[in-house]
Design a protein around this ligand. Structure first.
Ligand code: ADP
Ligand code: 5GP
Length: 196
C-alpha cells in the first residue's frame, strides 16, 4: 500500500467551481495506488451510495464544532449551507509515508490553506466556459433551479481567484486534464508500486 519511495509525499490540492469536474478528475487520479484521498468531515446528510469514512465523515453540527474547537481541522468552511473541514492528522501521516495526498475542497478552503502557507501543489480546475459549466451542472442532475443559480453566481467569484494557484487546468477534454494533473504531480514519471 505504501509507495516504495522513502521520501516525503505531498499535498495535491484540487479546487475550483462546483461542476468544473473536480470529483471526476479525483476519481481518475485515485486509480493510482500512490494517491490517497483526504476524507473530509461534513455536516451535510449522506447521499445515496455514500459511505461514512470513505466519502466523508458525516458528523452532527455539534460534533463538527467540537472538533473545530479542538483544532483538528486544517481548514473549514461553510459550503452551500453545510460545514466541511479537512482533518489535520491523516494528512500528516500520509505525507510522511510518501503518498500524494489528494485534497478536493472548495475555493474558500483552498484560500485558507494558502493563507496558512500549507505546503503542496495547488491546482485550480476551470470549466471551458460558463455556458459549459451550466450544461454540466444541469447534466449532473443534482441541482434545483435555485442551487444551480447559486453555484453559477459563486463560480464567477471563484474563477477570479485562479491566479493564486500554482496551476490552472481547463477541464475541456477529461483525459487531457487528468494527464496534465498527473504530470504536475509527478505521477507520470515515478514508478508505480508493485501490484498495480
Ligand atoms: P465537481 O466535483 O467540480 O462539482 P463533477 O466532477 O461532479 O464536478 O462534474 C460535473 C459534471 O460534469 C458531472 O456530471 C461530470 O460527469 C461532468 N464532467 C466532468 N468532466 C467533464 C468533461 N471533461 N467533459 C464533459 N463532462 C464532464
Ligand atoms: P459535496 O457536498 O457536493 O460533496 O461538496 C460540496 C463542496 O464542498 C465541493 O465544492 C467540495 O469541493 C467542497 N468540500 C468538500 N470537502 C471539503 C472540505 O473539507 N473543506 C472545504 N472547504 N470544502 C470541501
Amino acid at each position: 500500500m505504501s509507495p516504495e519511495s522513502k521520501t516525503q509525499g505531498t499535498m495535491l490540492l484540487i479546487s475550483g467551481p462546483s461542476g468544473s469536474g473536480k470529483s471526476t478528475i479525483c476519481k481518475r487520479l485515485l486509480e493510482d495506488s500512490r494517491v490517497v484521498f483526504s476524507v473530509s468531515a461534513t455536516t451535510r446528510t449522506k447521499r445515496e451510495g455514500e459511505v461514512d469514512g470513505r466519502d466523508y465523515y458525516f458528523l452532527s453540527v455539534e460534533e463538527f464544532k467540537a472538533k473545530r474547537a479542538a483544532g483538528e481541522f486544517l481548514e473549514s468552511a461553510e459550503v452551500y449551507g453545510n460545514l466541511y473541514g479537512t482533518l489535520r492528522g491523516p494528512m500528516q501521516e500520509a505525507i510522511a509515508k510518501g503518498f500524494i495526498y489528494l485534497v478536493e475542497i472548495d475555493v474558500q478552503g483552498a484560500m485558507q490553506l494558502l493563507a496558512g502557507k500549507e505546503e503542496g501543489i495547488y491546482v485550480f480546475i476551470a470549466p471551458p466556459s460558463m455556458k459549459e459549466l451550466e450544461a454540466r451542472l444541469r447534466g449532473r442532475g443534482s441541482e434545483t433551479p435555485e442551487s444551480l443559480e447559486r453555484r453559477l453566481g459563486k463560480a464567477e467569484d471563484e474563477y477570479r481567484e485562479r491566479k493564486r494557484y500554482d496551476h490552472v487546468i481547463v477541464n475541456d477534454n477529461l483525459d487531457d486534464a487528468v494527464t496534465e494533473v498527473r504530470r504536475i504531480a509527478g505521477l507520470d514519471t515515478k514508478t508505480e508500486s508493485a501490484g498495480s
